[in-house]
Design a protein around this ligand. Structure first.
Ligand code: NDP
Length: 289
């Protein structure tokens, strides 16, 4: 039976799943939620409800924060700084890397051991091997909270920079976002001739599965940094993409999702890189600080 007192701040869909999992694993759990009524199923199942965030902080050695966003987190943690001193705070609320770093700096100023987390899972996946949770920040805090965090799913410490977990989360979400938009573009094009979305879905899935392994080749070209392997070039890609854009428009489908890609390739070609490997496009994505 695990020992340790864990507090969960926030009982939305994700916070509730996390509190339930920790309780079911055997941890003594205290919960707090802005809308107090949401604590009822948790107290019925054996958790203790705290009336205020400072009270909730007092009741836990490890405090998990699962609130809406960065602003909400700071709004509720700052007045409880004295209660959190000497404790481990694990913030699983989705934030940006700089927001995570800002909260880490605030925590350090108040003697709080801080870990920032990113949940790569939906609430129903919590407690299963399919859930992946990333953590960054205070490694000692990770060692202390580790056994409890392992109960939530696969746990991975990504480094001492508190922004790293969020950065990886956002990078993977960016990849998903662009991939799913591509999926919708294909559906929109095929719908013009009456093909149902579900049928195009199957086609896209097979096609992407065949193409995904090439991602590692793209990565090797980027890491090599020379963009001279003689593979698919910027100009070759421009021609292909121009055809896709024309085909979309011919079918009465907007190409506005594809046009920014073509603009980046055009910029590369115009600056003398038409013969470069197309992954050179990454240069256009990097904004000098
Ligand atoms: P919900 O919308 O279900 O819950 C939001 C929680 O934040 C509730 O506890 C809500 O309290 C609380 N809250 C909102 N505004 C305030 C406020 N001003 N003051 C105090 N509490 C507030 O969201 P989730 O539980 O799904 O998500 C929580 C976090 O987890 C988010 O950052 C989300 O991005 C992240 N996450 C969620 C995933 C998911 O699939 N659900 C996946 C990965 C990450 P109240 O009940 O009073 O409204």
């Amino acid at each position: 039976m695990p020992t340790g007192r864990i507090t969960v701040l926030g009982l939305g869909a994700m916070g509730s799943a996390i509190a339930a999992r920790l309780r079911d694993t055997g941890y003594t759990t205290t919960v707090w939620n802005r809308t107090a009524a949401k604590t009822a199923p948790h107290t019925a199942a054996g958790s203790t409800a705290a009336a205020t965030v400072p009270d909730a902080a007092d009741a836990g050695d490890v405090v998990l924060v699962v609130l809406l966003d960065h602003g909400t987190v700071r709004e509720h943690l700052e007045p409880a700084a004295a209660n959190l001193k000497g404790k481990v705070v694990v913030n699983l609320t989705t934030t940006t890397p700089d927001e995570a770093r800002s909260t880490a700096a605030w925590a350090a100023d108040h003697g709080i051991a801080y870990l920032d987390g990113a949940v790569m899972a939906t609430p129903d996946m919590i407690g299963t091997p399919a859930a992946r949770l990333l953590y960054s920040g205070d490694e000692n805090a990770y060692a202390i909270a580790g056994p409890a965090l392992a109960a939530l799913g696969g746990a991975e410490f990504t480094g001492a920079d508190a922004g790293l977990a969020s950065l990886k989360d956002m990078a993977l979400l960016a990849a998903m976002d662009l991939m799913l938009l591509g999926y919708l573009q294909a559906v929109a094009m095929m719908r013009t001739v009456g093909v149902p979305a579900v049928e195009t879905a199957g086609e896209v899935e097979s096609w992407l599965a065949a193409m995904l392994p090439h991602g590692k080749e793209v990565a090797a070209i980027v890491d090599g940094g020379a963009y001279d392997t003689g593979g698919q070039s910027v100009d070759f890609d421009r021609r292909g993409l121009a055809s896709i854009i024309t085909a979309s428009r011919e079918q009465g489908v907007s190409a506005q999702l594809l046009e920014p890609h073509l603009r980046l390739l055009d910029e590369l070609s115009a600056t003398g890189h038409g013969a470069s490997d197309w992954p050179r496009i990454i240069d256009r994505l990097t904004i000098p600080k």
